[in-house]
Design a protein around this ligand. Structure first.
Ligand code: UDP
Ligand code: MG
Length: 316
């Protein structure tokens, strides 16, 4: 199979028939063998019924997964990626904001130009300003922190070589950082392609203002995980030891001072009168705790198992 198109959706009943017809038109025109994989992320509208109808209309071109509840876009992508069989896997939002007309260009970049991952870039965006500005800030930060020079990390329209999606684990809200996950998994050829973008035709956006906050925390997580997940001691242990020795040297200073003044018969002040006593004490405690955190982290990372277990109601 040439292409798997993975479409996560949450309450997008109005868009689905149009989207399926458009994808089918483009792929038939280019004579691709393809499958659409709809992942219904716990929709509360008629989305699943619509998909069942589409499955009888586009026989053997549609596969679909129906979650028992809303797990989020990352979970939906994860399960869609797991099911994908195509040589090239393309993820696309269900709300018609991403254009299926981009499929051939993305496919070519993977197959002919040797990219592992090609991310869409909504150069001209049709979203409210309140969403475009934070997004600019977010992308700039992500570029600096991750060292990947993409303009639009969070673009829903992306193409992957199959082995990429089989080797990354998209969980939590990590769909914003798939290029980072891919880079961590060892896929270096990450490209960008300017794509057409449209205003939302039906329904409403599923992400509110929290996306900014969540986005930045996830960025921290991604960077942290990439640097220290497999070796927490390198962060906590080092910091802990440093703190502990700062504290210890203060304690030694106080102790030596006390001994000197005792042996020379000069009046010695109480150790607890010195601020160094309290700073040193605190530093040693914090140092021990940090070290412990690192040690526990090491134990946990040695024992970590699968994170992705989702309740799947039905499959086509
Ligand atoms: N989506 C999803 N689960 C969710 C939220 C969103 O599967 O919990 C899907 C949604 O149906 C759409 C895509 O993810 O196909 C992008 O969502 P949306 O268009 O609301 O995001 P925006 O365009 O506002 O960034
Ligand atoms: Mg959208």
């Amino acid at each position: 199979m040439d292409i798997s198109i993975v479409i996560p959706l949450y309450n997008e009943e109005e868009s689905l028939p149009e989207l399926a017809a458009w994808i089918d038109k483009v792929c038939t025109q280019h004579a691709y063998s393809y499958e659409m994989i709809f992942v219904n992320d716990g929709s509360t509208d008629a989305s699943w019924a619509v998909i069942q109808g589409l499955a009888t209309q586009y026989v053997s071109k549609i596969r679909a997964i129906c979650f028992g509840r809303n797990y989020g876009k990352s979970a939906a992508l994860y399960c869609g990626f797991e099911a994908a069989q195509g040589e090239v896997v393309i993820s696309m939002d269900a709300d018609l904001q991403d254009s299926p007309d981009e499929i051939p260009a993305l496919y070519k970049m993977i197959v002919d130009e040797g990219y592992d991952l090609v991310s869409g870039w909504k150069k001209k965006r049709y979203d409210p300003l309140g969403k475009r500005l934070p997004s600019k800030l977010f992308n700039a930060t992500a570029r600096v922190v991750t060292g990947i020079s993409l303009h639009d990390f969070n673009c829903g329209l992306k193409a992957y070589r199959r082995k990429v999606v089989k080797n990354i684990e998209v969980y939590g809200e990590m769909h914003r950082y798939i290029p980072v996950l891919a880079k961590q998994a060892g896929f270096k050829r990450i490209g960008e392609h300017v794509v057409q973008h449209q205003a939302r035709k039906y329904g409403v956006s599923k992400f509110g203002w929290e996306r900014l906050l969540n986005g930045f925390f996830d960025l921290l997580t991604v960077v942290f995980i990439s640097k220290f997940a497999k070796k927490p001691m390198h962060f906590f242990g080092v910091l802990g030891l440093l703190m502990f020795f700062i504290g210890l040297s203060m304690a030694i200073y106080l102790g030596v001072n006390k001994i000197i003044s005792l042996s020379t018969d000069t009046p010695a002040t109480l150790i607890t009168n010195s601020p160094y006593f309290y700073i040193g004490l605190t530093a040693m405690i914090i140092g021990t705790v940090l070290f412990l955190a690192g040690y526990l982290g090491e134990l946990i990372s040695r024992n970590s198992t699968e994170r992705n277990t989702y309740l799947i109601d039905e499959k086509i």
